[in-house]
Ligand binder design. Structure first.
Ligand code: AMP
Ligand code: ZN
Ligand code: FE
Ligand code: FE
Length: 368
């Protein structure tokens, strides 16, 4: 691995719907010869600490990230990537907690609808599925060693609250529901599960997401991060002009980057989105959207066979560093100066016994 080696800024782990543990994702990135990685699990930062530790051990540059699902009219999908976020930011944790609750309401409704369609699926099976991929000694749940499947309901609720207080638990999503349907032989494949039941046109589709992009962007920025629009084509705007108008609107709300390189983007799309970023003076981000064996066609560090240049990571870091320089005072969501000073990488010195995370160290931040 050299400092000019490519990077991957869009990866999922068992903290959401990926199949590789956070530390494994980092090892795969290192084995693939990448020089930097961002972990961007759906609506959680629960995998960040484990990934950061492994990245430090292997000498890989690491950015804590998140992919927030925002409300958007069907058939479009609006996902916002947040980079360099402080995983302990109160504003971000509050939003994650709300998303987790909304997801549980939605997931339970989907199970009810599936039952209404005559499919024998229970909420416990979904929990088991989401826990199953996470290994026995589950650090993904931020230090927790409890096994989802063995919790009774009351303990589970308590544990969920603990998780939220510590930085969010693991995210449960439709891919876990799809996996249950496949495992029980109720559908032939995850694809069929989405086509028939879980997708926008499926019989059990439920959308309860009320998170506005504006609020998601604000939370990422309050957490000290840079917001990037993930896979912009999935907004499914009819024309390039409509896409541009939407991106402009998001940029006015504080969006600072768009994802140009992605496993779903062909060469033309990459070129078009790169020109759009140039025109709107936005940074570019890129990544594979790696999900492990849940999306077997996707290789870490090789979105659609391409590579994401190291410069994407360096420019993001540069922007984050500038942000910190202008934020010498208190960030917008800072609770009290004492708490902020206690946290590394912010206004004050790190507290004893709490090591600086790699992305919080001046040497890494000052490298670009
Ligand atoms: P959720 O966040 O629970 O709404 O689920 C979103 C996840 O489901 C994303 O990771 C998508 O990749 C996956 N997904 C959405 N639509 C499909 C589909 N038609 N086939 C397979 N996976 C899908
Ligand atoms: Zn996913
Ligand atoms: Fe996404
Ligand atoms: Fe993703």
């Amino acid at each position: 691995m050299t400092d000019s080696a490519p990077v991957d800024l869009h990866c999922h782990s068992t903290a959401s719907d990926g199949t590789a543990r956070p530390a494994e994702v980092v090892r795969l990135a290192s084995d693939a010869g990448l020089s930097a990685l961002a972990l961007t699990d759906h609506d959680t930062v629960a995998g960040v600490a484990e990934a950061a530790g492994e990245a430090a051990r292997l000498g890989l540059d690491f950015l804590p990230g998140i992919e927030l699902s925002c409300s958007f009219p069907r058939p479009g999908t609006l996902h916002l990537l947040g980079y360099g976020v402080d995983p302990a930011s109160p504003a971000l944790l509050k939003l994650i907690d709300e998303q987790t609750r909304a997801r549980e309401v939605r997931n339970r409704l989907i199970v009810e609808r599936l039952n209404g369609l005559g499919l024998d699926v229970s909420w416990d099976e979904v929990l088991e599925e989401a826990g199953a991929g996470r290994g026995e000694n589950d650090e993904t749940r931020n230090g927790g060693t409890r096994d989802n499947a063995t919790r009774d309901n009351a303990t589970r609720d308590d544990a969920a609250r603990d998780d939220a207080a510590r930085g969010g638990g693991a995210t449960i999503g439709r891919p876990h529901l799809a996996a249950v349907l496949v495992r029980k032989g109720l559908v032939a494949s995850a694809r069929q599960a989405f086509d028939r039941y879980l997708g926008g046109a499926g019989g059990a589709y439920v959308d309860t997401n009320r998170l506005s992009a504006e609020r998601a962007i604000a939370a990422v920025r309050a957490a000290g991060g840079v917001a990037s629009l993930a896979h912009p084509l999935l907004l499914r705007r009819q024309t390039p002009q409509q896409l541009e108008a939407m991106v402009r609107e998001l940029a006015e709300q504080g969006l600072e980057a768009i994802e140009t390189i992605h496993s779903g983007h062909d060469a033309d799309t990459v070129a078009r989105l790169t020109r759009l970023a140039d025109r709107l003076d936005l940074l570019t981000t890129g990544g594979s959207d790696f999900h492990g064996s849940a999306k077997p066609g996707i290789r870490i560090g090789k979105p659609a066979g391409r590579e994401v240049p190291r410069g994407f990571y360096d420019r993001l870091l540069h922007c984050l560093r500038r942000r910190r320089a202008t934020h010498r005072g208190r960030p917008a969501d800072a609770p009290t100066p004492a708490v902020v000073a206690d946290r590394p990488g912010r206004a004050g010195p790190p507290s004893a016994g709490q090591p600086l995370q790699p992305w919080q160290q001046g040497s890494v931040m000052n490298r670009s």
